[in-house]
Every structure is written in C-alpha cells, then in structure tokens.
Design a protein. Structure first.
Lengths: 211, 216
C-alpha cells in the first residue's frame, strides 16, 4: 500500500519533470525559429518538429503561438530587468539622459536578436492570441520603469506637472518600436541608439515644463 | 500583376472576343478580391487560406492562382485599394484645416474613422507590416509611402505659414507623428476606444510632438 503511494507520487513527479522538459524544449525551439523566420513565418507545427515533440503536447502547455513567444520573451528579458532594477535608482542627471540610458540598454540587448524582437512587436497585432499572450506594448516591466522615470521627471521639474506619464511613456514606446524597423535594413545598435536619442529628446522637450 | 497569355498576344482575335474575356477576367478578379477581403477579416492573414478563399468565391484554386501569384499578392492588392482610398480621405480632411495641429488631427481621425469599420483587416495589415520579410514590401508600396508624405506635407505647410520654425526636423518629426498614429491602433483602437477618446489622445500626442518646433 505504502509502496504503491510512493510509486504513484514518483510517477507524478516524473511526469511533472517531463512536462517541464517538454516546455523548455518548446521554448528553445521557438526562440530559434522566431529569430530566423519571424512571427508570421513560424508555425506551431514547425516548433513542435524542431523541439522533437508532438503538436498535441505543445498545446497541452501553451494555448497559442503568441503565448509561446511571450514565454520566450519573458525568459529572455528577466535578466535585463533585474539589471535595470539595480541600475535605474542610481542614475542621476536630467530625465532625458536617464531615459536615453535606459533605452540604449534595451536597444543594445534586443539588437542581438532583431528578428525575435520584431516577432514580439508583430505579435501585438495578432488578434487570435489567447489571454496568456503578452506581446510588445503589454510589457508591464518596461511601462513601470518608464512611469517611475517620468514621475521623477515631474518631481525634478523636467516634465510639465499636468503631463500624463502613461501617455508620454506610450509615445516613447512607439518611438522605440519604430527604431527597430531600421534593424530590418541592417542598422547596427549604435545607429539605432542615435536615432532613439533624438526621438527621446524631441518627446521630452514637448513634455517639458513651460517656462 | 497583369497576366497576358502568349495566346492573347499573338492571336489575331476579333475585337469583341478579348474584350469579353478581359471583362470576365476582371469579374473573376473582383470576385476573388471580395472573398479574400471577407476571409482576411474573419480569419486574419494567417488563418485565411487560398483554398478557403477560392471556395468562398465559388471557383477553383487554379482560377485564383491564374489571377494572383500567392496569398501575399492578394493581400497586397486589398491593402493597396484601401490605402489609396484612405490617403484621399485624409487629404480631403486636412484641406479644411487652418492650423498645423488641426490638420494633423484631421489626418489622424480620418484614419481611425476609416478603420473603425474594418479593424480585423487593419490588424492583419499591421501584423504583416512588422514581418521582417513582408514588412518592407508592404511599407515600400507607393500607396504606403503616400501616408508618410502626407505627414511631411502637413508640417511643411506649418513651416510655410510660420507656425513652425525652419529647423523643425520635419523628417524625424513627421515619422514620429506617423508612428504615434499607428501605435494608437494596438494601444487604443483595438481596445475599443471611442472616436472621442481617440481624438483627445491624438490631440495630446500631436501637441507634445510639435511643442519643440513651435516658433517663438
């Protein structure tokens, strides 16, 4: 009896770890495929094939292609945001410079896997995605870092007090996404950062306190 | 995109026969386009297959392929039609504006009003536009670049009227305005915002993006 229970629990554990292994295999395969073929060009069938698992077992873990990509991105950017959480409180100087530093770190990071990031943006327009998908624009970490940065900007008098931090944040995110279109034409990270710097300057100038 | 078979070119056919054939061909194209528009709207770009489109149009896949090289060709044709119609609507709307801000706002709103009734198609277009392969093709279309020019025109008019300074970085600024316009689709329109709420938001965005270019 006792042994029977132990066998069942071992079997459950084995199944759980097998499920986790499948999950990881799917995520790894998906990352490579999105980074090579983009969002449109990648299918769940292909992901399953590259991961060496059945299409059905992909669907037992993920509800949609968008959800797989969200998991890929979440796993990828976790270390980036851990780093930013450490760095941001120590950044000094005008709001425009803090924003420039923050976005430069982002560009530098994403520029290494341009097609993956473009897939992430593209997924924002896929209306078949399930509630579990968090494409570009629904990234709460980036939104909250921007909000903190802009609220401090208002405190410091760099931004108009009646300005809406969420609205300015979205303009910045739109500019950031657009900058990656340059990457389709093979722009490198430094030139994308230069373009982003100009756009940040223009937005912050527009949101600045009137003297 | 016109397909002329060697037969049509070489045969000394009577005048009326090719006309009728051209007419039939034109009707087939229109039927395929109508069916494709409906399916892209219902199933998205990826979900709609040539097979389904053919079935919906009541013809064989072969007949579809005789008129369009592939799905992206079909989609591009629909997008081009829409973008051309929209560019005209935007230009008309902006014509009556007296200030640069007003002109831009009218351009934004003409676009949102246009797509409010065809959101699914807009989503499909955006999804393709961010694709590393399909994107540059779609954005490279002259009808797509016409939008970019429209924003440049509005700012240039602002400079000419003396509202904006000569050093307004028009190219970058119009690009950013266009991008704010586009970003409102996933951030607001697909979330069900009303046209009034969109207008308030667009007005704020335009004000921020123009502030640094104001004269005086």
């Amino acid at each position: 009896m006792d042994i029977g229970v132990r066998q069942v629990s071992t079997a459950l554990q084995a199944r759980a770890s097998q499920k986790e292994a499948t999950r990881q295999r799917v995520i790894d395969a998906a990352r490579d495929l999105f980074d090579t073929h983009g969002y449109q060009g990648t299918t769940i069938r292909e992901i399953a094939r590259h991961a060496g698992v059945a299409v059905g077992s992909v669907f037992t873990t993920f509800a949609s292609k968008g959800e797989i990509l969200s998991e890929v991105m979440a796993g990828r950017i976790a270390p980036l945001y851990a780093e930013l959480d450490r760095v941001m409180p120590h950044l000094h100087g005008p709001t425009v410079d803090r924003l420039r530093t923050m976005f430069a770190i982002h560009v530098q990071f994403e520029a290494r896997h341009v097609r993956l990031f473009l897939s992430h943006i593209s997924a924002a327009y896929d209306w078949t995605h399930s509630p579990g998908a968090r494409p570009y624009g629904r990234n709460e970490r980036l939104k909250s870092i921007l909000r903190q940065c802009l609220v401090k900007g208002i405190e410091d008098g760099d931004i108009r007090p009646d300005a809406d931090p969420a609205e300015i944040g979205e303009l910045l995110m739109a500019a950031y996404a657009w900058t990656f279109r340059l990457a389709i034409n093979e722009a490198d990270a430094p030139s994308m950062i230069a373009v982003m710097d100009r756009q940040i300057g223009l937005i912050v100038e527009g949101a600045a306190a009137r003297s | 995109m016109k397909h002329i078979s060697p037969n049509q070119v070489s045969a000394e056919a009577p005048v009326r026969a090719p006309t009728r054939r051209a007419l039939a061909k034109q009707q087939t194209r229109l039927k395929v386009l109508a069916a494709a528009r409906r399916l892209f709207s219902e199933q998205g770009y990826e979900g709609a297959t040539i097979r389904d489109i053919a079935a919906a149009a009541g013809m064989s896949t072969g007949a579809v392929f005789a008129n369009f090289t592939d799905k992206s060709d079909l989609f591009r044709e629909i997008m081009t039609d829409d973008m051309e119609a929209l560019a005209v609507a935007m230009r008309d709307a902006a014509e009556r504006a007296r200030t640069v801000e007003d002109g831009l706002l009218k351009v934004f709103m003409a676009g949102y009003t246009f797509y409010k009734t065809r959101l699914q198609l807009a989503r499909a277009a955006f999804s393709v536009s961010w694709d590393a392969d399909g994107g540059p093709t779609l954005r490279g279309l002259s009808s797509s670049q016409a939008f970019q020019e429209l924003f440049v025109e509005q700012l240039t008019a602002g400079v000419e009227r003396g509202e904006l300074s000569q050093e307004s970085e028009i190219k970058l600024r119009s690009q950013m305005l266009f991008d704010a316009y586009l970003a409102n689709f996933p951030q607001a329109i697909f979330e069900g915002w009303s046209l009034d709420a969109l207008q308030a938001r667009a007005r704020d965005q335009i004000r921020i993006l123009l502030a640094g270019a104001r004269r005086g």
